[in-house]
Ligand binder design. Structure first.
Ligand SMILES: *[C@@H]1O[C@H](CO)[C@@H](O)[C@H](O)[C@H]1NC(C)=O
Ligand SMILES: *[C@@H]1O[C@H](CO)[C@@H](O)[C@H](O)[C@H]1NC(C)=O
Ligand SMILES: *[C@@H]1O[C@H](CO)[C@@H](O)[C@H](O)[C@H]1NC(C)=O
Ligand SMILES: *[C@@H]1O[C@H](CO)[C@@H](O)[C@H](O)[C@H]1NC(C)=O
Ligand SMILES: *[C@@H]1O[C@H](CO)[C@@H](O)[C@H](O)[C@H]1NC(C)=O
Ligand SMILES: *[C@@H]1O[C@H](CO)[C@@H](O)[C@H](O)[C@H]1NC(C)=O
Ligand SMILES: *[C@@H]1O[C@H](CO)[C@@H](O)[C@H](O)[C@H]1NC(C)=O
Ligand SMILES: *[C@@H]1O[C@H](CO)[C@@H](O)[C@H](O)[C@H]1NC(C)=O
Length: 433
């Protein structure tokens, strides 16, 4: 998704070590909206359609179903977006309901996974009015189908809710399947992946999960404040103390028989073995302000909150305002659970990563950059420079369809590059006594 940023891939191992010296180029994004075939004349719709289409790579969508919705959605019209996706979600969910899931588990599972994705799609542009009841009803429909599908997997994930400091953390644990060649009675490496600004953890199974599991590792997803389920069910926006969402997950994993206790760690602590920063974002605030017109940036910097908020509200009401801007503000204020756009930007700033914070991370770090990712050009490169020899920098290329934000649509290239790097890091880790 547009602001779907740093994906933390916590590889559960110990002893950090320095690997490949980073070879970091100057920033060069191709900056071309024609680098990928566009499914809508509205560029934001086109981008989000592309993300849902990409779920087809992992069974979370079917190309024909996405292309059909894309053909019917009126560009820039949020209600049309909702209506077409709701139609498709209900239709595919009904197909799932119509089969006997005991007799035909694969058919039901596939239909429910896709229906769940389409309910998520239907919800995507509705956050402008936080009281819109559809935000909750669509999510309930989504979770019902996703969890029904997950139960029909040969190796169903375990779904738990962990207690954080003042909030609950929904988690899925997918065990590496026997078909990947692992001995399930043994403790094996485990990857924790969290989504970014606006993605749901259910997306991740289709984007990365199957790639991870087929390589013989456990796969874990979670959501913290501001993210899809926690924002809805617990009414909590993003918090700067992100580790409060991750630490309970690691603590829980350490108690498990199928996870190597010696091999758990996370960001900045010695408990993590490797970190992957997809599109290495340092400052969402800076990236966002870069997209604002100059007068609005000046107004924000002047510190006059009411004047800034009025200016944003009047921009939102203009017909000429782009979907990207409108959605960005609506999603941002919703996810941070604030009424004021000024407060949203301020709170984003509290999440900035400083060089001092990065210096606290001692494990190898994979920093990925999409050649055509216009979200925060230059930030992954800056991050990689800060990490120096500790970082492995990789630029995903537009000419082979991998240059988008998070390499959307080219997940096999992403998996090959990152997970093979990770396997080499794992290989070198010495087990503690
Ligand atoms: C990218 O393209 C847009 C639209 O053509 C243009 O306004 C912008 O300056 C370009 N950015 C870069 C970094 O070249
Ligand atoms: C569903 O299939 C199972 C297994 O074939 C069968 O035992 C059951 O009766 C079927 N249920 C219905 C409602 O047909
Ligand atoms: C937001 O949605 C609620 C519930 O549908 C409705 O009562 C309210 O009028 C809406 N607010 C705006 C500003 O549209
Ligand atoms: C799997 O691991 C268990 C526990 O270490 C061991 O007893 C068993 O022999 C292993 N199975 C195979 C097929 O290697
Ligand atoms: C964000 O922008 C401010 C002001 O331009 C700058 O001082 C700061 O270093 C930037 N932060 C990051 C993480 O790039
Ligand atoms: C902020 O802007 C409003 C509207 O222009 C103005 O009335 C007010 O005095 C300003 N506040 C400050 C602290 O400058
Ligand atoms: C780095 O870690 C140390 C020790 O845990 C902590 O005291 C310090 O606040 C951290 N620095 C930053 C910038 O987070
Ligand atoms: C693993 O260790 C060997 C020997 O120290 C080193 O040559 C190699 O670069 C390391 N590989 C990785 C991925 O860290």
């Amino acid at each position: 998704m547009r602001f779907d940023h740093t994906i933390l891939l916590g590889a559960l191992l110990a002893t950090p070590q320095v690997i490949n010296a980073a070879n970091i180029p100057a920033v060069s994004i191709t900056n071309s909206t024609t680098s990928m075939y566009q499914l809508s004349t509205d560029s934001e719709f086109a981008f989000v359609l592309e993300t849902f289409l990409s779920l087809a790579n992992g069974g979370g969508a079917a190309t024909g179903e996405v292309l059909r919705s894309a053909a019917r959605i009126a560009p820039g019209n949020f209600e049309s977006w909702y209506k077409e996706w709701k139609f498709m979600a209900d239709a595919i969910a009904s197909q799932g309901d119509a089969v006997n899931a005991t007799k035909f588990p694969i058919s039901a599972q596939q239909a429910y996974f896709r229906a769940a994705s389409y309910y998520r799609a239907a919800d995507f542009f509705l956050h402008g009015n936080a009281s819109d009841p559809r935000i909750l009803t669509l999510w309930a429909s989504m979770l019902k189908r996703y969890d029904a599908a997950a139960k029909l997997l040969p190796n169903p994930p375990e779904k738990v809710e962990l207690q954080g400091t003042g909030f609950k953390i929904p988690v899925y644990f997918y065990q590496a399947p026997q078909s990947s060649g692992v001995n399930q009675s043994q403790k094996i490496p485990t990857l924790i992946i969290g989504n970014g600004y606006d993605g749901a953890q259910q997306d991740l199974y289709h984007q990365f999960g199957q790639q991870v599991l087929s390589r013989g590792w456990n796969f874990v997803t979670y959501e913290g404040p501001g993210q899809a389920t926690v924002r809805r069910e617990q009414n909590i926006g993003f918090i700067p103390q992100w580790w409060e969402s991750v630490t309970p997950v690691i603590d829980w994993l350490r108690e498990r028989d199928d996870v190597d206790i010696d091999r758990i760690a996370l960001q900045g602590e010695h408990r993590i073995a490797a970190l992957i920063a997809l599109d290495g974002l340092l400052s969402l605030k800076n990236a966002t302000l870069k997209k604002f017109p100059e007068p609005l940036v000046k107004l924000y910097e002047s510190g006059n909150k009411s004047k800034f908020d009025d200016a944003i509200l009047s921009a939102l009401n203009k017909k000429s305002t782009t979907t990207e801007f409108k959605w960005g503000v609506e999603q941002g204020t919703w996810a941070f659970n604030v009424a004021s756009p000024f407060d949203w930007i301020y709170k984003m700033g509290e999440m900035d990563l400083s060089p001092e914070m990065l210096k606290n991370i001692s494990c190898p770090v994979f920093v990925a950059s999409g050649q055509d990712d216009s979200l925060a050009p230059g930030q992954p490169e800056k991050m990689a420079r800060i990490f120096g020899n500790q970082a492995h920098y990789h630029s995903f290329k537009t000419n082979v369809g991998a240059g988008e934000h998070c390499s959307i649509g080219a997940e096999p290239q992403l998996a090959m590059t990152e997970l093979d790097w990770l396997a080499n890091v794992f290989e070198n880790v010495t087990k503690s006594p």
